[in-house]
Design a binder for this molecule. Sequence first.
Ligand SMILES: Cc1cc2nc3c(=O)[nH]c(=O)nc-3n(C[C@H](O)[C@H](O)[C@H](O)COP(=O)(O)O)c2cc1C
Length: 320
Amino acid sequence: MSFWAPGEVSQIVRAVVQAPSVHNVQPWVLEFHERSVLLFERWDHELPRHDPKGRNRLMSCGAALTNLELAVRHLGWETTTTLFPDLAHPDLVATVTAARMGTPTVAEQELYRAIAHRRSHRFGFDGAPLSAEEAREVGNALIGERVGVRRVTERAHAGAIAELCAYTAKTLHHDHRYLHELRALTVDRSKSRVGVPEDRIGHGLFGGLVHGGDSVPDVETLTALIAKECVFVVETVDDGKWDHVHAGMAIQRAWLTATHLGLAASLITQPMQLREVRAGLSERLELPGFPHALFRVGRATRVPKASPRRSFAEVVRENR
Ligand SMILES: Cc1cc2nc3c(=O)[nH]c(=O)nc-3n(C[C@H](O)[C@H](O)[C@H](O)COP(=O)(O)O)c2cc1C
C-alpha cells in the first residue's frame, strides 16, 4: 500500500499546479515516494529569449515548492525540505519529506487556503492604497533565506524604475525573436493548458506583459504610477540556482499573504532579462544583491479568471 492515499495525492497536485510560473509554462513534475514528494524541473518549454539562463524557470519551481510544502503541512505532516539533493539528477529541485505528524499553524492554513484564489492581476489597481501594516506583512513574507526586498518609496527610485521599464519596452518592441516567443505562449484557453490566455495578457510593461502592439509608456506617467502603487524589488544574495529557487519560494509566500489579506498582485520580470536594465536597477537603487523581479500589490475589485493548468497525468509521473 502506498504511503500517500489517492485523495492526498490529488490534494497535493492541485496545490502545486496552481503556483504561478513564467509565461504559465508550469515547469515541474512530481514523483510520490514513501514519505516524500520529489519536485523535478522540466525543460520542455525553454524560453531562450525571455529566460536564457533558466532563472525564471527555477523561480517558478520555487513557487511550486512553497505550495507543495503547504499542502503536505495541511495534511498534518511536519516537513523537511532538501534542495538539489542529488548531484546525479540536476533536474531534481527538491525533496519534501513528511517527517512526523504535526498540526499546521493558523498562518500555514491561511496561506494554504489562499492558493486557489491567487491570480496575476495585470491591470490597474483601484481603491485605497495599502495600509502600513498590510505593506509590512507582504514585505516581511518576501524576506527569507538568501532573499531580500526593497520597497520602492522614494520618488527618485520610482523614476529610475520607470526609465528602465520604458527602455525595456522600446527594446523588446524591436526584438522580433522575443515577441515571437511570447506570441507562441499567448494562447486560446480552450485549446491549450500551457501559456498565458489572450484574455489575461494585459497591456504595457507595468502591469501587463510587453508584447508587440502596445505603446511605450511615457516616463512621467509611469513614475507617478509606480510611486502610487506598492512595489517591491525582490533580490537575492547571489545569482545561483539556490537563490533562484529561494526567490520563487519567497515570492509565492508573499503572493499568498497578499491574497489572504484580500489584496491583488502581479510579478514583473521582463526588464530583468536585459542585462543592462538589471545592472542599472542595482546601481540606481543601490541594491546589495541581485534583483529578480518587481512585485506590485494593490486592491482590485475584479478577480481575473484562472489561467489553465496542466492535467494530473502531465504533472505526476511514475517513480524513476
Ligand atoms: C518567475 C516568474 C516570472 C513571471 N514574470 C512575469 C512577467 O514578467 N509579467 C507578468 O505579467 N507575469 C509574470 N509572471 C506571472 C505568470 O505569467 C503567471 O503566474 C502565469 O501566467 C499563471 O497565471 P496566474 O498567476 O494568474 O495563475 C511570472 C511568474 C513567475 C513565477
